[in-house]
Design a protein around this ligand. Structure first.
Ligand SMILES: [Zn+2]
Length: 68
């Protein structure tokens, strides 16, 4: 079961202006938005991967009151 046929599709998120782009995840983990070669139109070029499927099952951090 080898899946080395091309990069994974993912979602890139510009942390500067909040734009979302379809992107590919390179083998080294870089996020490269598809269709924009010069970075985000806002001037930002460092994208982060956005969560494709937003999980709503976040474990709420319990506040442990250690005073007892
Ligand atoms: Zn941007």
């Amino acid at each position: 079961m080898s899946r080395t046929n091309g990069p994974d599709r993912t979602i890139a998120h510009c942390p500067s202006c909040g734009s979302i782009y379809a992107a590919e995840r390179g083998p080294d983990g870089t996020i490269e938005p598809i269709g924009i070669s010069n970075g985000c139109p806002c001037g930002h070029t460092d994208f982060v991967e956005a969560e494709v499927e937003l999980e709503t099952e976040f474990d709420e951090p319990e506040v442990l009151d250690d005073s007892a």
